[in-house]
Every structure is written in C-alpha cells, then in structure tokens.
Write a protein that binds this ligand. Structure first.
Ligand code: ARG
Ligand code: ZN
Length: 473
C-alpha cells in the first residue's frame, strides 16, 4: 500500500485522467480487497473464508508415526469470486508454513497468533473476479488434535502405529490448509507417504502405491465434490479387505488388527447395507465404499468420512448403518450451516432404525415408542430441539440424533404411506445431490409435496423447534 500522500495525489491525478494507461494494477483487479476471514457461520466464525471457491485439493503428506511429524505440500486450485488483494486459508498454527506460491509466484503469508486457524496469503499480484488460480502451501509440524466446544477431540489423532483422522466440525485445518466451510465442496487427490509396512487410507479410490527408500506412498482419488470436514488420511497397521457389493459398488475396508475379530460380523453386512440404502435413497453417490476401523479410544465417536466412514473401534451394526446412510445424508446432501445438523444426524439415525426394521429386527416404530416413553422431565433427552441446537456445543447432543430420528418416524406416520415417505427422502437427496441444504428447505420441500397435509407447519414447529417433549402435533 502506498503512503497516504501518494495515494491522495494519485487519486487526484486519476480523477483528472492524467495517469490513464500508466497505472496497470487497477484495471487488472479493480477494487481488489481482502477476502473475508470466515464464511459466516455463527457457530464457527473463523471457519471457511470469503472471496474464492476451491475446485480441487491435491494433498501430498508424509507422516512418521514415531515422531508424530507430518510434512505436506497442498496444491489448491481455486476461483476468485471477487477481486482479491489477499485471502485466507484455514490451517492451525501447530503446522508451520514454510512457503506459499500463487500461480507459481512466491506469495507473502502470515499465521497470526490471534487468529488460531487463519493462514493469510498475500499474492504477488491481485486476482480479478473469476480468475482461476493455484495456491501451493508447503508446511510441516506435529499436528495436535483440535478440542471442540462439546469437548470432544478431532483432527489428526495419533494412535501409536499411525493416526486416526476425522474432521467434523473443525478438525481439517489441523492437518491441511482448506477453505474449511461445508459449503465449499471440492474434489481431492491424496498422496500419503508412511513407513513401509503401514497402510494409509483416504477417501475415494486407491489409484496407486509405490515404495522407495523404506517408505510407501498411497495415492487416493475422490472425483466427486465433497466437504472438507469429510476428508480423511488415517494410517497404521491395517488389515485390508476389498470386494464389490452384489449391486456393483467396489469397497475397501481397512481394519486395525486389534479390531478385526470384533468387527467381522458387522463388516460382513456392509455390502448389503450399501445396496439396501441405494435401493431406498437412489444410486450410491460415490465411486467406492468401505470402512476404516482403527483403535483410537480417545475419540469416542465415528465419522462418515466420504466413501469410507471412520470408526474409532469396532462398530456395532446400527452405527455402521448410520455412517453408511450418511453417504447420502450428510456427505452428498450436506448441511449448509452447522445449525442444520439435523439434516445429517436425524436422517442417518432414522436410516439405522430402518435398516434394523428391514432385517427383521426392531422396527423404526419400536425405536420411536421406546424413546417416546422418556419422561418430559428428562430435559437432556428432549433438548435441544433438533432444528435448533442453540450453539456449537449442542451440535452432537443426543437429542439431535434420537429426537431427530423420531421426527422422521413421526413424519412417516403423518404421511401414512411408506412409498410416499421414502419417495420424499429419495427426491430430497436427488434435489440436493453433492450440494448443501437448510432445515427450512426440507420443511418447504415436504409441505409443497403434501399440500393436503395442512398440519405439517405445526408438526415441524413442534418436532424441530419447540423445546421439551412433543405432546401434540
Ligand atoms: N457425525 C458423526 C456421527 O454421528 C459425529 C461427529 C461428532 N464429532 C464431534 N466432534 N463431536 O456419525
Ligand atoms: Zn452421524
């Protein structure tokens, strides 16, 4: 930036037309300003950034479990959505950046201490709106798990023989530079290098492996757009099983040796689950399926990492079904704001009940009835209401899952016809495939589809938004 006196003088001269043709920068990126530091989600104000849209991440990561250190080169292809003088990526400061280039030219950058996850990039030249550009970030460090508002941990979690890597809602900048808003979906390539003998697993298809100098690189490709929080790069000693479901979806399971026996009966059901949900919700949205079953007891939950959900230990049958159903609801149709979490969790949880019903075990209505018997005085069971978690700390409250799934089961009863109810879910997915949606959009979508059900506005208000046990709807 020029000193004030010079800018004033230039402004005066420009206004008079004296310098026309001499000052090149303004015509290249007129009005270039810094991109916003966040994407506008009130639960995570610094998450994501403004001013550009990522199309593709190419992540080359080398990991040494014995030291815990990773070193990475992230190549990010993006498009400017405004004239940009500067922009941020999200990356935690536990990872030190050594260089950034934009379109091959060195860019200056900072990792400000007061903005925990912002990597501020100042390219050598301003970017005009619509410009495609490539950022290359070289970085290294010992990643630390991120602690969430609900006090759970996520991100890069060391396991001794490798790492368990999950990113919802804000762990991804703990291991790679990202525009970490669920709304900026992108395709991914991963090149994960680990000591020979270990396996490294990411999203999508395994496209190659190569070993040199005692280290093996695993190349993974995810060709459909996914949200950054759904990326994974877990590694360790794994027993790998590959196959194809009867319906034709290739799958790969990577299982920690300590979990093989306990997960075998559930994983045997995985092909049937993928095919069942495909028959109910529409063609499987990804090119491969599977699971990562690690031993990471400090995590305490599973995550629907795209194509291949991640489990911190052997999953039970319902949890496996829940994470596989997320491949449609959560991963393909993704929440728009974090407060829309019901669209992910309520739908996945109800789907696990429906799997149980499909296999002749407990029916979804039996799940509903058992939970409905919970006293209205049990505030933690009924609150927060699934359509409004209230804060980031409430995102994964039990009520989002249980009452969230009950909402769908009650809706099934309201509609009174399974073909019509399942058609709603299927068309909802089709309408927002690989996109993002809000709870209000699902409400409107349903009301427009069933105009004769005039009680739906009241129904949704009671089940989704009113605190406490729903008693009449
Ligand atoms: N989406 C995951 C599941 O229910 C839960 C993720 C919880 N994450 C967290 N940081 N508490 O399948
Ligand atoms: Zn879930």
């Amino acid at each position: 930036m020029a000193p004030t006196w010079l800018r004033r003088a230039l402004t005066v001269l420009l206004a008079g037309g004296a310098l026309t043709g001499l000052v090149a920068a303004p015509s290249l990126a007129a009005g270039a300003v810094p991109g916003a530091k966040g994407a506008g989600d009130p639960y995570f104000p610094l998450q994501g950034n403004g001013g550009y849209d990522v199309g593709h991440y190419d992540l080359a990561l080398s990991f040494t479990p014995s030291t815990g250190r990773i070193s990475g080169v992230a190549t990010i292809a993006a498009t400017a959505t405004q004239p940009l003088s500067r922009f941020d990526l999200d990356l935690r400061r536990t990872l030190a950046v050594s260089s950034v280039t934009v379109d091959g030219r060195p860019a200056s950058f900072t990792q400000p201490a007061n903005l925990g996850q912002e990597l501020v990039v100042d390219p050598a030249a301003d970017l005009r709106a619509g410009a495609r550009f490539t950022v290359v970030v070289t970085y290294a460090g010992v990643p630390k798990p991120v602690t969430d508002p609900d006090r759970s941990i996520e991100g890069w979690v060391a396991t001794g023989d490798g790492a368990f890597v999950v990113g919802e809602p804000q762990g991804s900048p703990g291991w790679y530079p990202a525009n970490d808003t669920p709304r900026d979906k992108a395709t991914f390539d991963f090149h994960l290098t680990v000591p020979q003998g270990l396996f490294a697993v990411a999203n999508g298809d395994l496209t190659g492996t190569s070993t040199a100098g005692g280290r093996t690189t695993f190349d993974w490709h995810e060709g459909e757009p996914m949200s950054t929080y759904l990326a994974t790069a877990s590694s360790g000693r794994f027993v790998v099983t590959r196959g194809v479901t009867p319906g034709g979806v290739p799958y790969l399971d990577a299982v920690d040796p300590s979990q093989v026996a306990q997960s075998r009966p559930q994983l045997a059901e995985l092909p049937a689950m993928v095919d069942f949900f495909s028959s109910v919700y529409g063609r499987y949205p990804w090119s491969s399926a599977g699971a990562v079953v690690d031993h990471a007891p400090s995590v305490g939950y599973a995550l629907e990492t795209t194509t291949r959900p991640s489990f911190d230990s052997a999953p039970d049958e319902l949890t496996l079904a829940h994470e596989l159903a997320h491949q449609w609801f959560g991963d393909s149709v993704t929440l728009c704001r974090w407060r829309d979490i019901w669209l992910n969790e309520g739908f996945a949880e109800w789907s696990s009940w429906f799997w149980s019903e499909h296999t002749g075990q407990k029916s979804a209505q039996q799940f509903f009835d058992q939970r409905y018997a919970t006293s209205a005085r049990n505030s933690d069971f009924w609150n927060p209401p699934p359509g409004n978690p209230g804060s980031a700390a409430g995102l994964f409250a039990d009520s989002i899952y249980d009452r969230g799934a009950m909402t769908l089961q009650a809706l099934r009863t309201e509609i009174g016809n399974d073909a019509a109810f399942l058609g709603l879910l299927r068309d909802w997915h089709a309408a927002h495939r690989y996109g993002n949606a809000r709870v209000e959009e699902f409400v409107r979508f349903t009301e427009q589809r069933f105009p004769h059900l005039t009680g739906l506005p009241h129904f949704f208000d009671v089940w989704l938004y009113q605190p406490g046990k729903p008693t009449s709807w």
